[in-house]
Write a protein that binds this ligand. Structure first.
Ligand SMILES: CC(C)(COP(=O)(O)OP(=O)(O)OC[C@H]1O[C@@H](n2cnc3c(N)ncnc32)[C@H](O)[C@@H]1OP(=O)(O)O)[C@@H](O)C(=O)NCCC(=O)NCCS
Length: 153
């Protein structure tokens, strides 16, 4: 089922009060989702955590860690019902703006080889494959590689 984009999407910083709704979305998107504790820790650590709301519904979110010389996109998620409406593109562009406004020279992320949708989005933004991390992700049985992608800021 998809949702109507009648209201303009609104980007704002994630708050602890959002985590119930974030945790309604996260397990539906990933075989190995982040826990509530992962999001809690990200907020506590001061990572750049953002949500996008559409008409009051939590449609997407992401987490960016900005270090001294490099930034790392740790999570980028759009709820299934809100996908393919440009929200992933909006979130990623926002995180790239934040990273560009920092001292970081590079922005990195990891993506599963099987995640063709996300890989296509990242490629469109100019991310390039840097290396493959063997057996990085847990899989139902065994493990799946991760593609490390990066872009100069
Ligand atoms: C990846 C994700 C964030 C994209 O969000 P989205 O809001 O659906 O993406 P957008 O609507 O902004 O689309 C941006 C681009 O992504 C690609 N894309 C999105 N959905 C796609 C689909 N179903 N098939 C192919 N490409 C797709 C396209 O390149 C698209 O650009 P286009 O519409 O101009 O062709 C979203 O699919 C998601 O949350 N997936 C599950 C979680 C996940 O895998 N996160 C990334 C982990 S590394």
């Amino acid at each position: 089922m998809s949702a109507q984009l009648d209201n303009l999407p609104e980007l704002r910083p994630m708050r602890a009060a959002d985590l119930d709704r974030v945790m309604d979305v996260e397990p539906a998107l990933y075989a190995h989702p982040w826990t509530r504790g992962n999001f809690d820790d990200s907020l506590t650590a001061g990572y750049s955590c953002w949500v996008v709301e559409c008409g009051g519904a939590l449609a997407g979110y992401g987490v960016l860690m900005v270090g001294v010389s490099e930034a790392h996109l740790l999570n980028l998620s759009v709820a299934t019902a809100w996908q393919r409406r440009g929200l992933g593109r909006m979130l990623l562009g926002h995180f790239m703006d934040i990273a560009r406004g920092s001292d970081a020279a590079q922005l990195f992320l990891e993506v599963r080889p099987s995640n063709v949708v996300a890989r296509r989005l990242y490629s469109e933004f100019g991310f390039r494959q840097i290396t493959v991390r063997r057996g990085y992700y847990p899989l139902g049985r065994g493990r799946e590689d991760a593609i490390l992608m990066g872009i100069s800021l």
